[in-house]
Write a new protein. Structure first.
Length: 232
């Protein structure tokens, strides 16, 4: 029976990639595959890289000095293609020879997905760095510009909608730190741009990311629904 991987939501996909990086899967390649080519693509990846290997198989391979690979699939909104992220560990593995892998530990080749990048950061009171997601510099600057422009526009509803979107950012520690800074920018800009009688809307609670269980929708089910939708 061929491997039938899950299609993750964005938050679950980010969490799984964070997990794999913690486990030592530091080499990666990303790309896109059209829906109608997804099944053959997954079969090929499994045949070459054994992405379907279970925990015991991976442990035995590691003891032999061999590497392993995970494949993460994510369906971007309003696109007829899947984003794939192949993550590979150190050791002898075909992907090191067949793919142009990048190392996510290197600042110039960080793993970046939908405006977020996977980084290692040291927390206060700890010498050991943690793996977390944060906004890319471009994404962060875009938020700064959006906040300033929206506050200065004088409208009330756009401000409320913007703040709701901001606090819904994935609650990984690196992103939460940035959201707090952006919230500070919002309050400062409101005080600077608005009349003192105008009360600033509450930013709202900035949530921590919760451990997301669930494996998403299997590829076979996902493609059946897509084909049914196309047939209507």
């Amino acid at each position: 029976m061929h491997y039938d991987p899950p299609i993750f939501s964005k938050r679950v996909a980010l969490q799984r990639m964070q997990d794999y990086a913690r486990y030592g899967y530091n080499h990666f390649v990303t790309g896109y595959v059209p829906f109608d080519r997804a099944s053959p693509f997954v079969k090929k990846m499994d045949r070459f890289y054994r992405i379907s290997a279970n925990k015991n198989e991976r442990h035995r391979s590691q003891k032999r000095g061999e590497g392993g690979a995970y494949l993460v699939l994510y369906s971007p909104p309003d696109q007829d293609r899947l984003m794939f992220i192949l993550m590979v560990s150190d050791g002898d593995h075909p992907a090191h020879r067949l793919e142009k892998l990048k190392d996510l530990r290197e600042p110039r080749s960080r793993l970046t997905v939908t405006g977020y990048e996977l980084v290692r950061q040291t927390r206060a009171g700890s010498d050991k760095p943690v793996v977390t997601w944060r906004m890319t510099e471009a994404n962060y600057q875009s938020w700064r510009e959006r906040i300033i422009k929206t506050v200065r526009s004088k409208g009330e509803k756009p401000v409320t909608e913007m703040l709701e979107t901001l606090v819904r950012s994935p609650g990984f520690s690196g992103i939460r730190t940035q959201v707090k800074k952006l919230a500070q920018l919002f309050r400062a800009e409101w005080k600077r741009s608005r009349h003192r009688t105008e009360r600033a809307p509450a930013v709202g609670k900035i949530y921590y990311v919760q451990r997301l269980k669930g494996d998403g929708m299997y590829l076979s089910t996902f493609l059946k629904r897509w084909k049914a939708k196309c047939a209507v």
